[in-house]
Design a protein around this ligand. Structure first.
Ligand SMILES: Cc1cc2nc3c(=O)[nH]c(=O)nc-3n(C[C@H](O)[C@H](O)[C@H](O)COP(=O)(O)O)c2cc1C
Length: 200
């Protein structure tokens, strides 16, 4: 089993979303000791914003790329390959300024690749990332779940579905900055939810 963890808290291991991911990975490793875990820490090693040259290089077939294009597409190729080989995708997602971290969006822009991770057909787009289950572990200062202010959940559900990842579970730790005393209990509750998901 290949697990890919995409981490995007600016606080690294000290982030609340990172804490949830750490718990998730410990639980998974206990259940699947042979699982291999790849971590992309987007705060530590940000993926550059997509530009036109890189986009063009990404969608050019590998054997038709110029040397410069090959160089430009290298990181995207690696990120796409990681995603295509993933059985379990874990996105730990802080809410920053009412949306996903821009570092996560930069990763999304690299892995959405026509002809590789999705295809456009006469009947609309078809996702090419098969047999991948995703877990989104969110941390938020305020409370948004179930309201139109939750920009993250519908967006990530739509994007992952576009790539073919339709089996997606969300665990959201909310109100973390509303009452400091309650925050540890909120995190514990989210960890319990993770345990329940992994048991089911
Ligand atoms: C730059 C920044 C922007 C934030 N914007 C929001 C926000 O728009 N809504 C919200 O509920 N919390 C916001 N927060 C609080 C975070 O969602 C909260 O601290 C959460 O724990 C972040 O996840 P992390 O600890 O994994 O980084 C913000 C925090 C930071 C540092």
């Amino acid at each position: 089993m290949n697990i890919l963890h995409i981490s995007s808290s600016i606080f690294g291991d000290n982030g609340k979303s990172s804490e949830l991911a750490q718990h998730f990975l410990e639980q998974m490793s206990a259940r699947h000791p042979d699982a291999s875990v790849t971590v992309r820490d987007l705060a530590k090693d940000p993926v550059p914003h997509l530009d036109a040259e890189t986009f063009q290089a990404n969608i050019t077939a590998a054997d038709e790329r110029s040397e410069a294009q090959q160089e430009r597409a290298q990181l995207g190729d690696t990120l796409v390959e990681e995603l295509m080989n993933t059985d379990v995708l874990v996105l730990s997602v802080p809410m920053y300024n009412f949306g996903i971290p821009s570092t996560l969006k930069a990763w999304i822009d690299q892995v959405a690749r026509a002809g590789t991770t999705f295809n456009y057909t006469e009947n609309g787009p078809v996702g090419l990332v098969k047999n991948t289950k995703a877990y989104v572990l969110g941390a938020r200062g305020g409370a948004y779940a179930g309201t139109s202010n939750d920009t993250q959940t519908p967006y990530l559900k739509m994007f992952l579905g576009f790539l073919g990842i339709t089996d997606v579970e969300f665990v959201l730790a909310e109100k973390l900055n509303m009452n400091a005393e309650q925050a540890p209990a909120i995190i514990d509750q989210a960890k319990q939810e993770i345990n329940q998901l992994l048991e089911s």
